[in-house]
Write a protein that binds this ligand. Structure first.
Ligand code: TPP
Ligand code: MG
Length: 380
């Protein structure tokens, strides 16, 4: 990769393509370590993430899921950053990273099963909806408290150093999380212990109703890295090429013992914070429209590919059709999966079930069977 293509601590975001997919400097995909096929695949995952959001909202509105968090507008920041990590690396998400999970290979039917609390969910419906996690993919389950995943990521980084493996940790958080103590504690320890952690802030301009400018006086957030003596990169998070190139650089640096990096992806949250929020009460919809019209990550990626002759209208149509079919099939499978039985409440806490827990489980199951007899709960 041509690393001289970007510098730390800029005041303008690192950006390779403009609003119409036009290249802003002389470069080739090869310079970034990407192939045309990579970019097409990344675009597929971006479209998948966007359409997944529509389905998640429909499931919530039709009462099949109880809660949903959209990633719309942030697809490039998520998909292109995840593309830079290897399978053996760890992903520590915040609460809005489904594009990352899809790149890691999280089965769509399991993702929908999680939303609807079905047995197919690897966590057996025991988490809040939209709180995914999968051990085999080395994705930690989302924990809701803002920023608490940052020190956890550093702890994993310290364990990697201790075990002398070549893994890297990627931790995601929002602009709201940088006001939490956990952010400072995490960065400080990450540097002191020279951990292989890539800190990725998706600055989507809002922390529910709190605007970005109320989070920190220093602009950009990436410049906070100066206080810890590490590099900080301010990146156009809606430009998948810039996102990939900078993240790849940080991942390689971490893997070769160069320590942590802070990356800020400048992006925008199109939708509500969650299905429990109404952004019309606190933000100007015109601002949202500008981001959608000018900076949309899907549009820019498609136009860049079209300019180069790698994409056309037919390919676009086929892609959306394929995505639609894949998502509908996954929902169908998830809906066929049963509701997990009451015994699953007690499972997976210890490596074996201690007697006191077995007793509690038996007590509950007895009561459950009685309720089934009385028709108060559905039979399993
Ligand atoms: C410690 C804590 N405080 C408050 C909340 C409620 N809450 C959930 S998400 C959120 C905003 C997070 O904003 P940001 O970090 O920018 O992420 P985004 O939602 O924009 O992706 C808040 C305040 C929480 N979950 N945890
Ligand atoms: Mg935010």
């Amino acid at each position: 990769m041509r690393t001289q293509m970007f510098q730390p601590f800029t005041y303008e975001p690192i950006r390779f393509i403009g609003p119409d997919g036009e290249p802003l400097m002389d470069f080739s995909l090869e310079d970034l370590g990407l192939t045309v096929e990579d970019l097409k695949q990344m675009y597929y995952y971006m479209v998948l993430t966007r359409r997944f959001d529509d389905k998640g909202l429909i499931l919530t509105r039709s009462g099949k899921a109880l809660f949903y968090v959209e990633a719309k507008g942030q697809e490039a920041a998520q998909v292109a950053s995840a593309w830079a990590f290897d399978k053996e690396d760890w992903i520590i998400p915040a609460h809005r990273e489904h594009g990352v999970y899809m790149v890691r290979g999280y089965p769509l039917e399991e993702m929908f099963a999680q939303l609807m609390g079905r047995a197919l969910d690897p966590n057996k419906g025991r988490q809040m909806p939209a709180h995914w996690g999968k051990r085999e993919l080395k994705i930690l389950t989302i924990s809701s408290p803002v920023g608490n995943q940052i020190p956890q990521a550093v702890g994993i980084g310290m364990a990697i150093n201790y075990r002398k493996t070549k893994e890297v940790v990627g931790v995601y958080f929002g602009d709201g999380a940088v006001s939490q103590g956990d952010f400072h504690v995490g960065l400080n320890f990450a540097v002191v212990f020279n951990t292989p952690v890539v800190f990725m802030c998706q600055n989507n301009h809002w922390a529910i109703s709190v605007p970005r400018y109320k989070q920190t006086a220093e602009l950009p957030i990436a410049h906070r890295a100066k206080g810890y003596g590490i590099e900080g990169f301010y990146v156009d998070g809606n430009d998948p090429l810039a996102v990939y190139a900078v993240t790849k650089y940080a991942v390689e640096k971490a893997r070769s013992g160069g320590g942590p990096t802070l990356i800020e992806f400048l992006t925008y949250r199109y939708g509500a914070h969650s299905t429990a929020d109404d952004p019309k009460r606190y933000r100007n919809e015109e601002e949202v429209e500008v981001w959608k019209k000018v900076w949309d990550p899907l549009k820019r990626t498609r136009l860049f590919m079209e300019r180069n002759g790698w994409w056309n209208e037919m390919a676009e149509e086929l892609l959306w059709k394929r995505v639609e079919e894949e998502l509908n099939r996954a929902i169908e499978i998830a809906e066929k999966s049963p509701i997990p039985g009451p015994e699953t409440t007690f499972e997976d806490v210890f490596s074996y079930m201690p007697d006191f827990l077995k007793d509690e489980m038996e007590e509950l199951l007895e009561e459950w069977r009685e309720r089934e007899r009385l028709g108060l709960v559905k039979k399993h």
